[in-house]
Every structure is written in C-alpha cells, then in structure tokens.
Design a protein around this ligand. Structure first.
Ligand SMILES: [Cu+2]
Length: 352
C-alpha cells in the first residue's frame, strides 16, 4: 500500500528517491513512453481521450498509477508513493520559497535565453535531462516560464468551490459543461481554472501535450487526483457520470484509449472509468484522507462511558461537522481507552 504525501512533507530521502526513480525511468525508456502516450491522446475518433471530457480524471488516475508502479519497480520499493504538489497551499509563496522547486527536487524556473527558457540548474537542467520535443525543431531541454502571462496559482478557495459542486459531470459532457465538478477541476470553467492554470503557470514544457516531460506533471496530476478522491469521499452523489450519452471513451463503461486494446506503447490492459473509481482498491491513499477502518477499542480500565467531548471523528469534508459518539464500554475497572487505527498505526488516546 502506497501513501501519497505532499512534497512539503517528504523527507530528504524521499525527495532524493523521487528524483532517482524518475532518472532511472528515463534511462530504462519507461519515462518517455508516458510522454508519447500523453502527446497522442487526440488519436481517438471523436474527442481527446484524456481531456475536455468526463474521462479526464479516471484517465489521469490510471496514467499516474502506472507511473507510480514503474517508479516502485525502478526503486525496488513497492510501497513508494507518488508525491503530490498542493499548489493551492503554495499559492501565496514566491516560487523560490516553494519546496517543489528546490535544487534537490525539481529545480527552479527557466532562464530567458535567446527566446527560450531553459532550466539551467538542478537535477533536470539542460544537459542532464533530455526531453521528447513537442514538435519539429523544438528543444530537447526542459523549459519553464513561471507565471509569465497568467495570474497566480489557484488557491484553496478555488479548490473548495469545485469541491462544493454536487455532480461529477453534466451534459454536454465536454469543456462547456457547467456545474460539473470535473470541468471546474479540469479548469475550463470557474473562477480559477484550476488544473489548466497550473500547466499555464509553470509554462514552458508544461504547456504542450508533451507536458509529462516535466516531472512536475506527475506531482500536479497527483494533486488533481487527490482532490477528486476527496470529492468522492465528501459528495453525497460521488458517482461517475455519464453512464451513457457522453463522448466515446468517456462513458462509465467505455474503454479509455490507450487502454482499449490499442497496444500503444505496450498498453494491453483494458481500463474503463468504472475500473478506477475506488483509488484505495488500486493500492494507494493520500496522507490527507481520513481512512475508513476498523477501530478497536481496548479497555484497560476506566469509565464505562466515553463522553462525546472526548471522542470526535473529524471529517475532511468542509461541509460535514465533526461527529461525536457516546460509547459504552462493558468492563470493570478504571483507566484509559485506546483506539488503534490501522494500517498506519495512528493512535487516538481517549481518556475514560
Ligand atoms: Cu493530461
């Protein structure tokens, strides 16, 4: 089971592992296959397989899951979790103060030079990190142009506005859909153009369809996936939509290119949106979610009742108040009650 953590809470070792894993994948050829898949999403018959439609979220969930699995095998660590970049949490900082752009992780902004914006220091600097060109005559080095022609990064108010939407998606199930959680998170509508604006804010190599060239792509999409997971947990109607009536490849039971038997870049499995609905069943969860699990209350003595004040279950959903319960513990003597949560072994101590 992989725990996906914020880049802001990684240890030095975990930061180094992400860089090392990515470089191992570049060397073994796996990395560039992701770039080529993402650059080819427009080859489906009617619509972009991965964007501007309901499958945006499940498509990228599958995509970064495969990336995480390749990282795990490159690192020889089946529990390595893909980190996420919570750009909303960083939105009030200067780029130089953001953890993600430090030299030991992804390195800094590009430097303006002869009409291009090469990254010139850090692990992914020119000469160290060769990218798939976005087109004929385009460079093979990484470029970034932080916030050159956009406003700031989206903030938590923008994320919360999307999380407050009830329905996953709405007709006509494309980039014009309104009151659609998916379309507002993807960023075609809404005040802050969430996912799209992060691509534009980073700029350079993050702008064209070859955007997985920048390793921040996976950290960005991991955060987008985390927001979807949180919405699924908190919405009263978390179901994927539509079941039918959407663009080909975007209905709940449609196979999503390239996982439709295409064989493109070695993809032979078949994956539908319904197959990736439950992220925990896929083998990972986020450090920000409340994990639904069995809580064992062991009595080592104490009161027979635990009052609501001492046992509160805090929901990650802004719209839900903490729940409290009174527990009756059938036992004899006084002391402390302990609730153990697995698999993280978090402990909640309840004074009885
Ligand atoms: Cu994409």
């Amino acid at each position: 089971m992989a725990i996906r953590k914020s880049v802001n809470s990684l240890t030095a070792q975990e930061r180094a592992d992400y860089v090392r894993g990515v470089k191992l994948m570049k060397a073994n050829g796996r990395y560039d296959r992701f770039v080529r898949i993402h650059a080819s999403v427009q080859r489906t018959p009617t619509i972009n397989a991965a964007h501007m439609g309901p499958a945006f979220l499940p498509w990228h969930r599958q995509f970064i899951l495969e990336f995480e699995r390749d990282l795990q095998s490159a690192l020889g660590n089946p529990d390595f979790g893909l980190p996420y970049w919570d750009w909303a949490a960083d939105s009030s900082l200067a780029p130089t103060a953001m953890s993600v752009w430090q030299l030991d992780l992804l390195g800094p902004n590009g430097t303006s030079e002869a009409g291009r914006n090469p990254v010139l220091s850090g692990e992914f600097r020119r000469g160290q990190w060769v990218i798939v060109p976005s087109g004929p005559g385009q460079p093979t080095f990484l470029e970034r142009t932080f916030a050159q022609d956009t406003p700031s990064l989206p903030n938590q108010a923008g994320v919360d506005a999307a999380l407050a939407l009830t329905l996953y998606d709405t007709p006509p199930f494309n980039q014009t859909s309104t009151n659609s959680f998916r379309n507002q998170l993807e960023g075609w509508v809404g005040p802050q153009r969430l996912h799209n604006n992060v691509h534009v804010w980073v700029g350079g190599s993050m702008s064209p369809l070859t955007s997985p060239n920048d390793p921040v792509f996976f950290l960005h999409h991991c955060n987008v996936d985390r927001i979807w997971a949180q919405w699924q947990l908190c919405s009263s109607t978390p179901q994927y939509l539509p079941v039918t009536g959407g663009p080909t490849g975007h209905n709940r039971d449609d196979q999503m290119w390239p996982w439709n038997g295409s064989g493109f870049e070695g993809r032979t499995t078949r994956v539908r949106p319904r197959d990736v609905d439950n992220h925990r069943a896929l083998g990972y969860f986020y450090d920000t979610e409340v994990r639904r699990q069995t809580v064992t209350l062991r009595r080592s003595g104490g009161a027979r009742f635990v009052s609501p004040q001492s046992l509160r279950l805090i929901s990650p959903c802004a719209s839900q108040a903490p729940t409290s319960s009174t527990l009756f513990i059938p036992s004899q003597t006084g002391g402390v009650l302990r609730a153990e949560r697995t698999p993280l072994n978090d402990q909640i101590t309840v004074e009885g």
